[in-house]
Ligand binder design. Structure first.
Ligand SMILES: [Zn+2]
Length: 477
């Protein structure tokens, strides 16, 4: 039988806030276990949680960045379960009254068309402690580190709108871009500030009803999410084809073997309204004021880049794809570089070079100021494109400025018409066939002759001037 996959995601995002959700302990990773703790976040009896205003603001901005509607009233519940990483026996989360509902994000589907995926709701919750499993001599021991306990999280719960691994992977990239733009979280699956569980079930193609869903956990990269979903679609299809039932349980992704394995039966404890944290009440004016704090988002930036800087739609999309990249581009423009050449240089030269150097835009030593010096030399034709490429590759590892490197290497564009004419005349004498071809209208012959002249000048000639001089010479002949 042919099946269709029905996929929903639950994405946990750790917010950028100075403190934890309900206490004043630092919300920061640290080497020393159990150093950022207090009676509230190690859940001693009688400790009263106090909701952090900063966490609430960051959570609300995150919801707005995901096109969700902030609810005028939301509240915390006790999600009851027992596990060694949660010794108080419940997690403070929002089950009945989440902070926001009804969001959406657009992704590009496998067919290249835009597809809108719905977000059911986004709620706030506290993180649990971290279990560290070690061996001590012959014994296997488990230790608990509470530094992460009580860290402020939001959980993004999607509608089951995804149909294939590609859509789930694209969906994971979309909130990451939006949230990084909003500046409310780092969203790195590698460092654990974004975590994703996937719910996957199958149904006969064309049917509305679906079979039992399976939850997969422990995926620490976007690629792993795609791999786990693909594996589950295959595994569940085989079970159903063999007449075996799919039973509800939770599975773990094994990134070494590229398979999912049984973890535990699905258990959903009760969610009881929490009596200690007051309800969150926001009126329309407060919600509007929050919305005004949301910075310019990718789609707005894309439209502005196209209008203000006369970029093509594709260039504007490229330059607004990530906030760091957009900030870099605008810094070049503010430093006086013409926008379109700046965008083309970033897409064509800078980003590939950055990848080759294994560097990130936010931390590369090639800051926009230094890059602007290089591009300005290129714009003023002090150096040519080939020389600019060589200087660029040196600037990633050297602190020297572009003009200093150009000086050192003797990179100065040859712009003396008499010298260039002499080079061209020599090339034309050496390549009579190319000259004949050019005279009979074959345009490629001109590029060939200019290329030869560039070589003769050891890459120093101004190619535009060479082209003009060649035209003059041909006319003269
Ligand atoms: Zn604390």
């Amino acid at each position: 039988m042919s099946y269709e996959a029905v996929i929903g995601l639950e994405i946990h995002v750790q917010l950028n806030c100075p403190t934890k959700l309900f206490c004043n302990c630092a919300n920061a990773a640290t080497e020393q276990a159990n150093s950022h703790i207090c009676p509230i976040c190690i859940w001693l009896p009688g400790a009263v949680p106090q909701l952090s205003e900063s966490a609430l603001k960051q959570a609300a901005l995150t919801c707005l960045a995901l096109n969700c509607e902030i609810q005028e009233e939301s509240a915390f519940d006790q999600k009851v379960y027992y596990y060694p990483d949660l010794p108080k026996g419940f997690q403070l989360s929002q089950h009945h009254k989440p902070l926001s509902r009804n969001g959406w994000l657009d992704i590009t589907g496998e067919d290249g068309k835009s597809k809108r995926l719905r977000i059911h709701h986004v709620h706030m919750e506290e993180d649990v402690a971290k279990l560290v499993h070690e061996t001590e001599g012959q014994k296997r021991i488990s230790l608990v580190d509470f530094n992460r306990a009580g860290a402020p999280l939001v959980e993004i719960v999607t509608e089951p709108d995804m149909r294939c691994p590609h859509e789930a992977m694209a969906f994971l990239r979309a909130p990451r871009t939006q949230i990084r733009y909003a500046g409310t979280a780092e969203c790195s699956m590698e460092s654990g500030t974004m975590r994703c569980d996937a719910n996957i079930s199958l149904r006969p193609a064309g049917s509305e009803e679906f079979f039992t869903k399976i939850e997969v956990k422990n995926m620490n990269s976007i690629k792993a999410v795609g791999g786990a979903i693909a594996f589950e679609i295959e595994r569940q299809s085989k079970l159903l084809d063999n007449g075996q039932p799919v039973t509800m349980h939770t599975r773990l992704w094994d990134p070494e073997k590229n398979i999912t394995t049984y973890m535990r039966d699905k258990f959903a404890g009760p969610c009881i309204p929490d009596p200690s944290v007051p309800r969150i009440c926001l009126d329309k004016a407060q919600i509007d004021a929050l919305a005004e704090k949301l910075p310019e988002m990718p789609s707005q930036k894309k439209t502005r880049f196209a209008d203000q800087f006369k970029l093509t739609e594709e260039e504007a999309a490229q330059m607004s794809a990530e906030r760091d990249l957009a900030d870099y581009f605008e810094a070049l423009v503010n430093a006086g570089i013409t926008p379109r050449p700046a965008a083309q240089w970033m897409a064509g030269r800078f980003l590939p070079a950055l990848k080759e150097q294994h560097q990130e835009i936010a931390s590369t030593p090639l800051t926009p100021d230094r890059a602007a010096e290089l591009l300005s030399m290129l714009e003023k034709e002090v150096i040519n494109a080939k020389q600019a490429r060589k200087i660029l590759s040196l600037m990633f590892t050297s602190e020297k400025s572009a003009p200093a490197i150009a000086n050192e290497k003797g990179f100065k564009q040859l712009t003396d018409p008499a010298a260039l004419t002499a080079i061209l005349e020599q090339v034309m004498a050496d390549q009579p066939d190319a000259v004949t071809n050019l005279r009979s209208g074959k345009k490629q012959a001109a590029s060939f002759l200019i290329g030869q002249a560039m070589q003769q000048s050891r890459g120093k000639a101004n190619p535009k001037l060479l082209a003009d001089l060649l035209e003059d010479l041909m006319r003269g002949n």
